[in-house]
Design a protein around this ligand. Sequence first.
Ligand code: SAH
Length: 213
Amino acid sequence: MKDTPKYQGLRKQLVEKLRSKGITSNKVLKVIENTPRHYFMDQGLLNYAYEDQAYPIDADQTISQPYTVAFQTQILDVNINDRILEIGTGSGYQTAILLGLSKNIFTIERQHKLFKKTQRLLKDLNLRPKKIIFGDGYNGLPENAPFEKILVTAGAPEVPKELLKQLKVGGKLVIPVGINEQEMTCFTRTSIKTFNKETFGKFKFVPLLNNKI
Ligand code: SAH
C-alpha cells in the first residue's frame, strides 16, 4: 500500500470539510491530514476513503466517519504522555490517529477476525500501540489502569462501571451512550468519587456488545 499526491490532496480537502463542520483543534486536523485513511479501508472502497462517511469493514462493523473520529478525538483532548485506552479497534484508523498524538495507546477489539486483520495491518504500517487485545472492552484493562483517557468507539447501551473506575482523577471517558442513536458523552473524573458529565449531541454507532465472545 502506498500514499500518493492524489490521496494527500484528498486529505487536505477532507480537513477543510471537517474545519467547515466545526472541528477547531489544529492538532487533530493535522494528524488527520497526515494519516492515510485508505490504508484502513476495504480494498474495494479505496476511492471513497476521503469521503466524510462510515463504510463497512469485516465482521459487519464499520470504519467510523472522519468527522466522528475528529470530534471524539477533539473532546478527548490528548496530551503527548497520556495513557489512553480505546475500546473497539475495528479498522485501526482511530488507533492510528491516537498514535499520532500519544505513544501510550492500548486498544481492545472483540471480533476475532478484525482483531487479527488489524493487528497485522498496524504491524505492517509500523504503528505500535502498547497493546492490542482481543477481548471485551466492557471490562476495560485493569492490569494497565489507570488511564488519563478512555475512548469508546461503539454505541454503549449503558456506561460500563469498570471504565469509570479505571480513569485517573482528572481523566476523561468519551463514550457514545444510547441504543438506537447515541448521545456523545464525556465524563471527567473530578475526584475519587465524583465525575462531571457533559453531552455533545447525537451520533450513530454500531453497538458495543458484551455478550460472551
Ligand atoms: N475505531 C474503529 C471503529 C470501529 S466500529 C474504526 O475507526 O474503525 C466499533 C468497533 O467496536 C467494532 O470493531 C466492534 O467489533 C467493536 N466492539 C463492539 N463491542 C465491543 C466490546 N465490548 N469490546 C471491544 N470492542 C467492541
